[in-house]
Design a protein around this ligand. Sequence first.
Ligand code: ADP
Length: 610
Amino acid sequence: MEIFKSIKWKIAIMFALCIIAVLSVVCAVHVVTAIYDEKQSFENTINGVFDEQFTAELASIAETVDYTVDSADGSNMTISTVNTDNSKKLYDAVWAHSGELGINSSRFMCVMDESATPVYCTSEDIIENGTEKTASLIAALNGNVGMSTSLLQKYMDFALSIGSTKTIIYVKDTGDRLYGNLRRILMLYLYCLIGAVIFSMFAGLYLASSVTVPIKKLNDWAKQLAEGDLKAKTQIAGSDELSQLANSLVHMAHNLDKKNTEAKNEKTKLETILQSMTDGLLAFNTKGELIHYNNEAKILLGRNYLDDISFDKFFKEINANITIGDLLYMKHEEGIERSVTLDKERFVVMNFQTFELDGKIGGIVVVLHDTTKQEKLEQSRRAFVADVSHELRTPITTIKSYAETLIDSADAGREFLIRFLGVIASEADRMARLISDLLTLSALDDKHVEYKIPEEIDVRVLLERVTDRMQMGASKKDQTLTYRPINDVPIIMGDPDALERVVINIIGNAVKYTQAGGEIDVYSSKVYNDICIKVVDNGIGIPEENLPNIFDRFYRVDKARSRDTGGTGLGLAIAKQTIETSFGGKIKITSEAGKGTEVSITIPVPSSEK
Ligand code: ADP
């Protein structure tokens, strides 16, 4: 049964068994000693009573004795005693020692004839029914003395054949009294045993509880520890082995908890470092299973889920041309580097390095470095150099061909000369503008704009002046150029020439890309903490697909048209750089092809000037 498997019951049962064993041994010793003593006492009594003297006395009683009496006539007369009852005399003689012999209901004494038939006996029953022929009786029948006191038999007897008459004195103890007494003793032991078992069970259970209750406590507590609650506490009173064990375990759990916390902190630290890395990181075990990664790796690889990737399959998929065998079976002190292009637009350099665990290769760490920016910069640098070369080559080619034509036509008329030299001069101007724009851009790029002491700029005055100056160009195309200040704008500090160049470029674009008779409105306002300048035209507009690149260098929607209007394709790029770098502001273009364009500049007002 389940309940008896518990230590508590085992201890209680063992306790009870011990008591049963002790009582049984005591009982057995008691019984054996009692039997032995009884047998010993029988022997001693018999030997004491039937000593030589008494035996001789008995023999003389048993012998037939003829004796003479004086007859009346004076002659001797012999009277035979053959008929005298010698058996009765013997009986009486032995009976005289009945007290010593301990004759009672279970011990009788008989005088028997030579055939062992009881003649006189202390037990009526024996006279009536006789008695069995024991070994002692048989010895007496043969004329000897027989005594039997074996421990293995219940009865004890003594038989003595007397003299020539072969009369037998027989003393027998049936053992009934002894065994009756023993039965009572055994019953007493049995009751004691039952009582002792019941008592020992309770005492055992109580004693066992003093061991099992703390063990149960320890067990419950150990379960809590096993479930990971290392902060769980237990207390076992006393100073026995169990409470010492509990204290040692508490100490162990405390140390474990400390180590655990340290390991957790270490892990969190490492995790934080890994997660805050700007490079992606993947770690694989030697089987090629992913065991760790950081968030940046997911971003770089453009995947929400990485857990299912395996080394060879994954790096084959992204054409990294590397297998786990390349790393595990070859020595690469510096690691292996691979560059891949993901989704045709992300450039990633991967560095593969093995790491050691217990003196063996434990896995592979892959560091992913995003080189998209550098790659794009490199691409745009190459494109920029190509664009600059192209832009410079166009006017130079024009100048060269016009100059050669002039050389070849030495006798050309003045009008011809003026036209050709005019073209050469305007192309030279274009080149000069281009070079000046490039220099401005380069200065803005390197943030090496010539430092000028910031001056107060009254945006409204600046816009009025610029619109006035540009009225002529607009009116040439029958356009109306109007400045509409919406509210007061605060004075800001900065380089007024730079801001003026930007505004001129934007209004100039509006004039350039608005058909004759169009309208151009310039607004200024203060919105929240920003100064807002807007140039709105109802010109040709910019198709939506061109808007994302409109601030790129040399980007022009319609190259031929822009070039015809003398544009370099650098105006908006310079405007954006100037507003962002010199004024900390933003520039935005919204436009719709055929409807018009709106360019907004927002410049934050420093709190002191609000
Ligand atoms: P550009 O010197 O060619 O004018 P910009 O950088 O100033 O160079 O402008 C880039 C391109 O943006 C122009 O070529 C033109 O196609 C387009 N653009 C700029 N402003 C306007 C505008 N107000 N209306 C229509 N297109 C414009």
